[in-house]
Design a binder for this molecule. Structure first.
Ligand code: SAM
Length: 277
């Protein structure tokens, strides 16, 4: 029987942010796959783990996955860790996970820190619905296009950002998304941890003039309901019509469309009426 692939979360700064279970697994697997062996060795040394470390990054992901598959096929276990946080979140991992399923290995996630989740909970913005967009594109045109794509998502938005692009990205966020509440979470769990909250216009001004350092997550308020509704006016009417065309009774169609667009039935009804006038 094939072995187990463990996806083990490691700290995003403070070395103590790792679970007892993660340490046990790192001690006992056949080998540990990591992005940078020198970087991960520091964590292993801290916990007196002397297990074998093998590099696994975006450039050797495919060939390494084949090697790890051979080990798993022998019934042995492997752990994948990344330089920081949860492996597979903006880090290599999923190709190996696919491979593991192909060969009948068991896949087990070992939970722990994720930078955007911690930034979101500390931002003071609602997290009942949270959209994670990874890194925004480095080129201005592409970045603005991406922001335009996510503008209407009815969820708090979270992005990873590099310190030297932060000012420019905040200006683009302000221009494309409008002036929303936001937070810049920097160096979470580390010595210089800082969470700066405010309106995008103030943050854009602050970070355009100051050089920022360290690792950063940008968290932005969702679009106001009115804004989403305004932009969805036609789509709601179209959706109701579509469902009615498919034989759904008008009241049921309205109820269903309202649910799909994240609004109450009365709100959806009001929009449809305002369109008829
Ligand atoms: N796997 C990681 C996770 O679970 O969050 C993310 C890896 S991604 C390649 C690295 C980016 O995550 C950084 O550039 C930064 O945007 C964010 N990040 C990682 N650690 C952070 C920290 N301590 N504080 C703020 N942001 C952090």
């Amino acid at each position: 029987m094939a072995g187990t692939l463990y996806l083990v979360a490691t700290p995003i700064g403070n070395l103590q942010d790792i679970s007892f279970r993660a340490i046990e697994i790192l001690k006992n697997v056949e080998q540990i796959a990591c992005e940078d062996t020198r970087h991960s060795r520091k964590l292993l040394n801290f916990y007196e783990i002397s297990n074998k470390l093998v590099s696994y990054h975006e450039h050797n992901e495919l060939e390494r996955s084949d090697e790890f598959a051979e080990i798993l096929k022998q019934g042995k276990s492997i752990a994948i860790i990344s330089d920081a946080g949860t492996t597979g979140i903006n880090d290599p991992g999923y190709k190996m996970v696919q491979k593991a399923y192909e060969i009948g290995a068991t896949v087990v996630p070992i939970p722990g820190a994720v930078a955007f989740v911690n930034a979101a909970i500390a931002s003071g913005l609602p997290t009942d619905s949270l959209f994670f967009g990874g890194f925004l594109p480095s080129k201005k045109g592409q970045r603005r296009k991406r922001l335009d794509e996510v503008k209407q998502i009815p969820a708090t938005l979270a992005f990873y950002e590099s310190p030297h692009r932060l000012g420019k990205s905040l200006v683009d966020c302000l221009d494309v998304l409008g002036n929303r509440q936001a937070a810049v979470a920097r160096e979470l769990t580390k010595l210089h941890e800082e969470i700066v909250r405010g309106e995008l216009k103030d943050l854009a001004e602050k970070y355009s003039s100051a050089n920022s350092k360290g690792e950063i997550v940008l968290v932005i308020e969702r679009a106001a309901t009115g804004e989403i509704v305004k932009n969805n006016l036609h789509t709601i009417a179209e959706r109701v019509k579509e469902m009615e065309g498919g034989g759904i009774e008008p009241r049921a169609a309205l109820k269903k469309a309202a649910k799909e667009f994240g609004m109450s039935k009365s709100e959806a009804y009001r929009i449809l009426q305002s369109q008829k006038q």
